[in-house]
Structure formats: C-alpha cells, structure tokens
Design a protein around this ligand. Sequence first.
Ligand SMILES: Cc1cc2nc3c(=O)[nH]c(=O)nc-3n(C[C@H](O)[C@H](O)[C@H](O)COP(=O)(O)O)c2cc1C
Length: 318
Amino acid sequence: MKLGTTDMPMPVFLAPMAGVTDAPFRRLCREEGAGGAVTEMVSAKALYYHNRGTERLLRRPMDQGILGLQLFGSDPEILAEMAAAREAEYDFIDLNMGCPMPKIVGNGDGSALLEKPELAYEIINTMKQALTKPLTVKIRLGVNREKMNGREIALLAEKAGAAAVFVHGRTRAQLYSGRADWEEIRRIQEALSIPVIGNGDIDSAQSALRLREESGCAGLMVGRAARGNPWIFREIKAAWLGEAIPPRPSREEMAARMEEHIRWEIEEKGEAVGCRELRSHLAWYTAGMTGGAALRRQASSLSTRAEAEAFLQAFLEA
Ligand SMILES: Cc1cc2nc3c(=O)[nH]c(=O)nc-3n(C[C@H](O)[C@H](O)[C@H](O)COP(=O)(O)O)c2cc1C
C-alpha cells in the first residue's frame, strides 16, 4: 500500500484509541508487527491554545516506523495551522471524523462532520494545502442507517486531496454496538482510487484475512483487540504474508513484554502517572485467564513500581 509516496510494506495499523495508544503501547505493538500507528486523538484547538496536557500527548520518543498524528476539530484554519506546525515529526496527519462521543460531537467535531459535507470538504482541502506530508481521514459508515453517507464523505475527502481513508464499519448512531458492516466498507473501497483501510471487529489473524477478503481493502486497522494483546500483530502479519501463524505467547513471554511495558510507561510518564495508566493495560493482559479476577483487582489499585513488579510475579504464578 502507498500512503502518499511512502511505501507501506505491512499496511496493518494500530488504531488510535484515546487513553490507550500512548507511545509505550505503540512501541509494543510495532515491535510485534504493526506496520503503522496513529496517536491518540489530539484537539487542534487545545494545541492552538498551548494546553500542556495536550502537548504531552504529542511526545513520540519511542516511536519508530510510520506514525500519524490524529487531530480533531472543526475550524479549517486552526486544523490546518496546527497540522502544518507539527507535520515534521510525523509521517502523516489524520483528521478524526469518526468520534461519536457526545462531548466531541456536541462541539461540532469528530463524527459531527459526517453531517456537514461542505465544511468537511473545506477542512480537508485547507489542511491539504497547508501540508507537505500525506493527509488521511478516519470516518464511519455514515450518520445512521437512514443516512449512510460514508461513501459520499470518502469521495469528497479524495477530491479534497486525502491520501487514504480509514473506515470504521459502523455508523455514528451505532457507537460500538452491533457488528461492523464489512460489505459497506467494500462499497466505499470500490468507489475510491486512494487506499481504503478497513477497521472494525478484527479480533484474530483469521478475521483480519476475512476483512481483507470481504472488503478488498489495501490495509487494515486493529483497535480493541490489541488491548492487552500486542501479539495479535505478529499473527496478522504472518497471515497477511501467507506464512504460518505463530502460536499464542507463553505466560513467560507475556510477562517479559509486560515488564517492558511497565518500564517504558514509568520512564515516559513517571511512577505515579505511569502506574495509574498501567492499571487498565495490566488488567487487559489477564483477559480470559484463570485467576484473572484477583489479578485485575490487584491491578486496579496499582500506584508504585514495586506494586507493578509484585503484580508481574503474581501473574507468572497465577
Ligand atoms: C477506548 C477507545 C478509544 C478510542 N479513541 C479513538 C480516537 O482517539 N480516535 C479515533 O479515530 N478513534 C478512536 N476509537 C475508535 C477506534 O480507533 C476504532 O475505530 C474502533 O474501536 C473500531 O475498531 P476495533 O473494532 O478494532 O476496536 C477509540 C475506540 C476505543 C474503544
């Protein structure tokens, strides 16, 4: 797949997930085979006003490989200016047009733009003019079942100069319920000449191949199934290349990765914040495990490095 002029030999992306896909987690996923990643969504307006917390989201000390900065907002000038100011540090800029959270939509941002094609066009076009790096957009299938306008929006993004489109196979009204509609992703894919990256409900190497097959997409994107499971990328990578899918990681292998995750999180954010962020990540690693509930209780109150190490020991012994 080509992203602008950049060749992507492994077009399988870690999806942007606010509160999840920070630099340490992106590094784990990449080392396990993800070919690309996107930051957590970043408010263009907050950047414009130099919000310190927002600036921290932008740190990329651990990222190697293809990384996109995802911005959300609805003011064409602010989005274009902030994208241009930051593009040097990234491989592409992604515009969030899919977030359905009331707080975001209420401000006219995220998936609210699906209802405003003219403004969406103006934003993409203005950003494109300001950028030298590729611009992508991330959309949903449409507003709701009655207004499935994702294809119209995707075509308009292409016309405005987008280099690729990420499509989450749900409508805005669906939030995260129901199944992602891969047929509808196919209809969008078939209408465009730029690459479409399919997203929604990939939870294994097998389902990744199925989405590729059913949608004809040039690339794939994995979100929730990567939480506590960066190994899904080595499995998808093997499947993508037609190689034998590696076995699931052993408990020891998982613990070795988790040890790195703990170290990088604390290195990056300090002990207090790092440990707080680790609570949900460490809990996700225990999904489906016997003794998982007790481990998750232990993870939920983690606040020091020593407690994180004790958690790892308990994980190995569970
Ligand atoms: C906790 C969480 C946070 C998310 N944050 C973002 C975000 O910041 N930007 C975005 O475009 N999508 C966001 N998403 C949507 C995902 O990128 C993805 O489109 C969606 O989860 C469907 O893919 P999946 O079935 O592989 O999880 C988020 C999803 C979750 C569950």
